[in-house]
Ligand binder design. Structure first.
Ligand code: AMP
Length: 185
């Protein structure tokens, strides 16, 4: 299966990605995780990534797409994968569709995790990641609303979007996800 998780910061995508990828036996690919590692590479790209992450801003489509294309060519991605936090722009969604089309494949589903801002802020406050300061969070939520939310419409227009209520305990959200994807336990 090929799945993409979309949602605002704090929606619990990472937690659910870990569980679902284990359940399906597919690779979980967090572009955020790859970028956090790549920022220390000492290359010009690494420095650009570090600056973007420090500002709570999205990394350029070119860079992210290069990372994704490289990763998809690896052996562990040949039987499916779950993108956690990608695509985050409509341009990324379009490029991904092209990339997959070249391989004769496509995504099976895009999952949108939705929760009220109070829920997101509460979760982000308890997480304490390096890019979870008040200013960075404000920037990431604003970018989500303006830049990433349209990605959900992109997939909805193509009949590929599954919307999941991300409020509640991880077990409850996971159950909604399994049911939404019509998977057996
Ligand atoms: P995440 O771990 O998904 O919260 O991502 C952490 C940070 O990495 C984000 O705030 C962005 O700066 C960057 N990032 C992750 N995925 C993408 C993406 N698909 N496009 C652009 N920037 C990304």
């Amino acid at each position: 299966m090929r799945i993409a998780f979309i949602g605002p910061p704090g929606a619990g995508k990472g937690t659910q990605a870990e569980r679902l990828s284990d359940r399906l036996g597919i690779t979980s690919l967090s572009t955020g995780e790859v970028l956090r590692e790549a920022q220390h590479s000492g290359t010009p790209a690494g420095r650009e990534i570090a600056a973007r992450l420090a500002a709570g801003q999205l990394v350029s489509d070119d860079l992210v797409l290069r990372i994704v294309a490289d990763r998809l060519a690896e052996a562990d991605c040949q039987h499916g994968y779950l993108f956690d936090g990608f695509p985050r722009t409509v341009a990324q969604a379009e490029e991904l569709a092209g990339l997959l089309e070249d391989q004769g494949s496509s995504l099976d589903a895009a999952v949108l995790f939705e929760a009220a801002e109070e829920v997101l802020l509460e979760r982000l406050a308890s997480r304490g990641r390096e890019d979870d300061t008040v200013e960075q969070i404000r920037q990431r939520l604003a970018d989500y609303a303006q830049i990433t939310r349209p990605v959900a419409a992109y997939y909805a227009d193509r009949g590929m979007l599954l919307r999941i209520d991300a409020a509640g305990e991880p077990d409850v959200v996971y159950r909604r996800l399994i049911e939404g994807l019509k998977l057996e336990d």
